[in-house]
Design a protein around this ligand. Structure first.
Ligand SMILES: [Fe+2]
Length: 395
């Protein structure tokens, strides 16, 4: 008679079934091959050690300082949703349309705001390297819709590519692409995040996002005359949700490809959630990774973060916009018909006030609005993180 307690229990990543037969290589319920140990739980001890080791390796490889801050983000949409996605961003952020063009690969609309990373809203006309990543219950109806790329400034894209290839990194093109006053290359999408990291080198004082073959797109957009939009500022951070068991790998991969460091993590045990922050400097755009502490264990028993990666797959959950008057922004958005996942949380005394909108049907992204009050030296507060995470439970 076997001792059941000595058999390592595993969980199916797809359906959450617990598997006690150690000989099983597939889930008896859904036949998925994605099984992992049921006892897995994240901790920061190993991650912190690995992050320090990676930064040293990065320095020795000659990468330190080669990559700078966030230059632009690429959000691809279904072709029929592209213009609506742009109109929505015009009515929800400080961004304005500065260019619209097309070439053989895509139609692209460029949105900009001084001091903030650019947003490129694209719709592809050719095969996508991100194809198949939306095969999840609540994202498969929009197979091409995804925040695809975070692109960072790079002092020398050719040298970066040479060094990273030696370290085993794969790129979407053999050579850097020549743009108008720029060079650009991007990595293959990550298996942990579904994201590509782009490297953008300015080679002239006047750069654009166009390729040499780009032609004008005859599309007109109008910025709505909404007073509260003047109180919205730059992109503060983005948060990407990853599976619990892939948290370390996702963060370490990002550190290896950029000049970012792992800064800190906030654990919310009651919601089985970790908010992990990677930073370049205290004033730069921050890259946030959110994961479970323990992995997905089924829709009925998992908390919001793990449910989200099950429902949508690992992907960027929200873009957070800085504001100097969040009360006015919140009231203005409500008047304009915007839905929210929760009311404003936090206070000037706590140093931080935030909220989440509902998810955009055009981009599958949530907008966060964040007001940092002058005396607040921290980045997040645990109470706000808890309330914001809980509010995503309906997604
Ligand atoms: Fe956030």
């Amino acid at each position: 008679m076997s001792d059941r307690s000595s058999v390592p229990e595993r969980i199916c990543l797809k359906c959450g079934t617990h598997i006690r037969d150690e000989r099983s290589t597939v889930c008896p319920q859904c036949h998925s091959q994605g099984l992992r140990a049921a006892t897995f739980a994240n901790s920061d001890q190993q991650l912190t050690l690995d992050a320090h080791r990676l930064i040293e390796e990065r320095r020795q490889a000659g990468l330190e300082g080669l990559v700078g801050g966030l230059e632009f983000i690429v959000i691809n949409t279904e072709p029929e949703n592209q213009r609506a996605a742009v109109d929505e961003l015009l009515a929800r952020t400080a961004l304005g349309v500065t260019d619209a063009f097309e070439d053989a690969d895509a139609r692209t609309v460029v949105l900009q705001h001084p001091g903030s990373a650019d947003l490129l809203i694209t719709s592809r006309k050719s095969a996508s390297p991100f194809a198949g990543l939306a095969e999840h219950p609540r994202s498969k109806h929009l197979p091409s819709t995804r925040l695809e790329t975070f692109a960072f400034t790079c002092a020398d894209v050719a040298e970066y590519t040479r060094i990273q290839r030696l370290r085993g990194v794969s790129f979407l093109s053999q050579q850097p692409l020549q743009g108008q006053g720029s060079r650009f290359i991007q990595t293959r999408p990550s298996v942990y995040t579904g994201l590509s990291i782009g490297l953008f080198e300015k080679t002239s004082a006047t750069t654009s996002h166009r390729h040499p073959s780009s032609i004008d797109l005859d599309w007109d957009f109008e910025k709505p005359a909404l007073a509260f939009l003047q109180s919205i500022g730059r992109l503060d951070h983005a948060a990407t949700r990853v599976r619990a068991e892939e948290r370390d790998a996702a963060i370490l991969e990002f550190i290896a490809l950029t000049n970012y460091s792992f800064d800190f993590a906030i654990y919310v045990k009651s919601l089985n959630s970790i908010t992990n922050v990677a930073r370049l400097t205290a004033s730069d755009f921050a890259m946030v990774f959110t994961s479970g502490i323990a992995p997905f264990s089924g829709l009925d028993t998992s908390a919001p973060t793990e449910r989200f990666t099950n429902n949508y797959g690992p992907r960027t959950h929200h873009l957070a916009w800085d504001t100097e008057d969040i009360d006015a922004v919140y009231a203005g958005l409500m008047d304009d018909g915007q839905g929210f996942l929760l009311d404003l949380v936090g206070s000037p005394d706590e140093g931080l006030k935030q909220t989440f909108t509902t998810m955009s049907p055009h981009t599958l992204l949530v907008n966060e609005y964040i007001h940092r009050f002058g005396v607040f030296a921290g980045f997040f507060t645990k109470s706000n993180v808890t309330l914001l995470t809980a509010a995503t439970g309906t997604q």
